[in-house]
Design a protein around this ligand. Structure first.
Ligand code: ZN
Length: 246
């Protein structure tokens, strides 16, 4: 076992912060090498804080941390890049917050998940540089895919028929069933052909085409489905964790 109180370096994105006492704040980071880390930033709420504004949600920072028994302590924080354009519009800021919330729900404390970290940094940069209606929904679908939950989009999940044979049309999408369904097997909710095309772009290696799609009923539909799929997954995972902890 390593010493319980030692220094380590990592890079992270601030997921959220909350007050601790008069002048301190607990900062929750998604780090590259240590998963989700909770650390105390001392004096961060004083006007002359050495951390300045570097420890606000969405800040991307290089860190020097002391490992503590329960909470770590932030010793140094240096900005990696300014994701400030994020906060220039309410729409971008709310997209950024949606990303942070999803990451916060999926990341586990001290459980390294460099892929999640890279995805979060990537999507925050995209929101800052070239926001698009499908940035956040695509991120959700990619997250689910990374967790092994890639929906079936090419055949009916119940009868196995494919529209390519001309036999069926895929008209429904059911999370419980794991994807698309034909008219005679349908369950879950309806899915439109344009929304299904967008989903195939996102999950089929044509993300840029999906991000070029202008706001439309189909992008909205994909967004609603993505939120529902992520919530469904998080709920199920919370139940599983609760079962194991009993
Ligand atoms: Zn079917």
């Amino acid at each position: 076992m390593p010493s319980k109180s030692h220094l380590y370096r990592d890079t992270g994105v601030v997921l959220r912060t909350y007050k601790l006492g008069e002048a301190d704040r607990i900062v929750v980071f998604l780090t590259e090498d240590n998963g989700k880390v909770r650390a105390v930033a001392k004096g961060v709420r004083k006007t002359m804080s050495k951390f300045g504004a570097r420890l606000e949600p969405m800040s991307h920072v290089k860190l020097l941390l002391y490992r503590g028994k329960e909470l770590d302590i932030v010793s140094q924080a240096e900005s990696v890049e300014a994701l400030a354009p994020m906060l220039s519009s309410l729409d971008r800021a709310s997209q950024g917050i949606a990303v942070l919330e999803a990451a916060d729900q999926l990341a586990l404390e001290r459980e390294p998940n460099p892929q999640l970290y890279r995805m979060v940094v990537g999507v925050l940069r995209t929101i800052a540089d070239r926001p698009a209606p499908l940035v956040v929904p695509a991120f959700y679908w990619k997250l689910l895919s990374a967790e092994g939950l890639r929906p079936e989009l090419d055949v009916c999940v119940r009868c196995g028929e494919s529209p390519e044979d001309g036999a069926v049309e895929l008209v429904a999408f059911d999370l419980e069933e794991g994807g698309t369904l034909c008219r005679s097997c349908r369950s879950g909710g309806p899915i439109s052909a344009p929304a299904l095309d967008l989903l195939r772009m996102i999950l089929g290696g044509r993300l840029n085409d999906a991000l070029a799609a202008p706001d439309s009923p189909a992008t909205h539909e994909v967004g609603v489905l993505a939120t529902r799929a992520l919530e469904h997954h998080i709920e199920r995972r919370l139940k599983t964790v609760a079962m194991f902890e009993r």
